[in-house]
Design a protein. Structure first.
Length: 92
């Protein structure tokens, strides 16, 4: 997520120390840590929900394909039965 070299992180720390002071820096770091944790949790929840929705959509597509297959098989079976009935009725 966040990548930085040792010197970049050191520079950010020194700037934060100068801007916010040594008294407020621990509280600020704690607050930033909490917000980052919340953002990660929200992102993780979003990903999980997206995966569930995709799986549900896949299942709907599979069910639709199965239903179409059953309907076409049933239609073919009805045609065969009708032909047999007509043939036997005509000769019987």
């Amino acid at each position: 997520m966040f990548e930085g070299s040792f010197w970049e992180l050191s520079l950010i720390f020194v700037l934060a120390l100068v801007v916010f002071g040594p008294e407020r820096l621990p509280g600020l770091a704690r607050s930033v840590g909490l917000w980052v944790g919340r953002a990660r949790a929200m992102f993780r929840n979003f990903n999980e929900q997206l995966e569930r929705e995709l799986a549900a959509e896949e299942m709907r597509r599979a069910a639709s394909a199965a239903r179409q297959s059953v309907e076409s098989t049933a239609s073919a079976a009805r045609k065969t039965v009708d032909e047999v009935v007509k043939r036997d009725g005509a000769t019987g």
